[in-house]
Design a protein around this ligand. Structure first.
Ligand code: SAM
Length: 313
């Protein structure tokens, strides 16, 4: 084989026919184009990006006559752009409805069920902190997307930002049995998604406490962008926050060691004034479980990525 032949593909390659037939099939299928079929759309976009386009790009590296492949790539990208446009319009509409108070509590859950096939009523909890299509949908509801840069160094016992998956927040709201007068605090609120979601699902007042100013500003902008006046964020070290209104406190392991002990001591003092609940997720649960002033059904053999609810005695 000459050097030229070895880097030129034959245009009758079965791969090209296969790619072409994938694209034709997708172009003809009405399902991903129906607004409601969000799950299907995500699956199709992933398939085009990770199977079709990546296969075209591999073939493009091998050919010196790329016209047919370039055309197929253009068609594949066009389908993605059309499907993404449907999602952009969908989320603009849903954000506008949230702003006018259109989805509260049950209605919000019903809305999610309309777009995502995610068995929200199934009581099984997640065994690890993974994300799925429900997170993609909830991210879409956020009026801002680009994550801000961290501006402050964390102390060694502080834990970097990682969000609680949306599915876990749904489970939290199911298990917490909130009363309408409850005030929920997210300690180490990050970009504010968990706090905002609790407000949308339960309709109660929520407050996020976050050390990093850029995250706190982002969370405030999201709450303002969705017109959620009962969602506020406080840029303060959790050791120094004012918890006098709080009744339910959530911690997705925001800190550990001495910092956790100090925060728990502040919460213990609050518990002398009224009964409180502390909901934990992740490795911090084991440390919280050692507090003699708290009660829970926690067992040391439990998976650490199981929500635990502690009640003050
Ligand atoms: C694991 S993330 C949890 C994010 C959020 N609660 C959620 O569930 O999506 C931990 C967050 O705690 C914040 N953090 C760490 N130490 C803190 C402290 N002492 N006071 C307030 N926030 C803190 C970090 O900046 C980070 O955003």
């Amino acid at each position: 084989m000459t050097k030229k032949e070895s880097c030129t593909i034959n245009f009758n390659l079965p791969e090209i026919y296969e790619i072409q037939s994938y694209i034709e099939e997708i172009e003809k299928d009405p399902l991903p184009y129906e607004e409601k079929n969000f799950d299907t759309r995500i699956g199709v976009i992933d398939f085009i990006e990770f199977q079709v386009i990546s296969q075209i790009e591999t073939l493009l590296l091998k050919t010196i006559q790329p016209a047919q492949l370039i055309l197929l790539k253009y068609r594949a990208e066009k389908v993605i752009a059309e499907l993404e446009e449907i999602d952009i319009n969908l989320f603009q509409k849903l954000q506008a409805n949230i702003r006018t108070g259109g989805y509260k509590g049950k209605e919000f859950k019903t809305l999610i069920n309309e777009y995502i096939d995610c068995n929200l009523d199934d009581n099984k909890h997640q065994e690890e902190p993974g994300y799925d299509n429900l997170d993609v949908f909830i991210n879409g509801l956020s009026p801002f997307q680009a994550m801000p840069e961290q501006t402050k160094d964390l102390e060694p016992e502080m834990v970097y930002y990682q969000k609680t998956s949306a599915r876990v927040v749904f489970e939290l709201v199911e298990k917490a049995h909130f009363m309408k007068e409850d005030v929920f605090f997210d300690l180490g609120a990050g970009l504010g998604q968990a706090a905002i979601l609790v407000n949308l699902l339960a309709g109660i007042t929520v407050k996020g406490v976050e050390f990093e100013p850029a995250y706190c500003n982002f969370a405030r902008d999201c709450a303002a962008g969705l017109n959620l006046p009962n969602v506020t964020f406080i840029n303060v070290d959790a050791r120094k926050a004012d918890y006098s209104e709080g009744t339910v406190f959530f911690m997705f392991t925001p800190f550990k060691g001495e910092i956790m002990e100090e925060v728990l001591e502040v919460l213990r003092k609050e518990s002398l004034k009224r009964k409180i609940k502390i909901i934990t997720y992740g490795p911090c649960t084991a440390q919280v479980a050692l507090q003699s002033w708290l009660h829970s059904a926690f067992s040391k053999d439990d998976n650490i990525y199981k929500l635990d609810i502690f009640t003050s005695l």
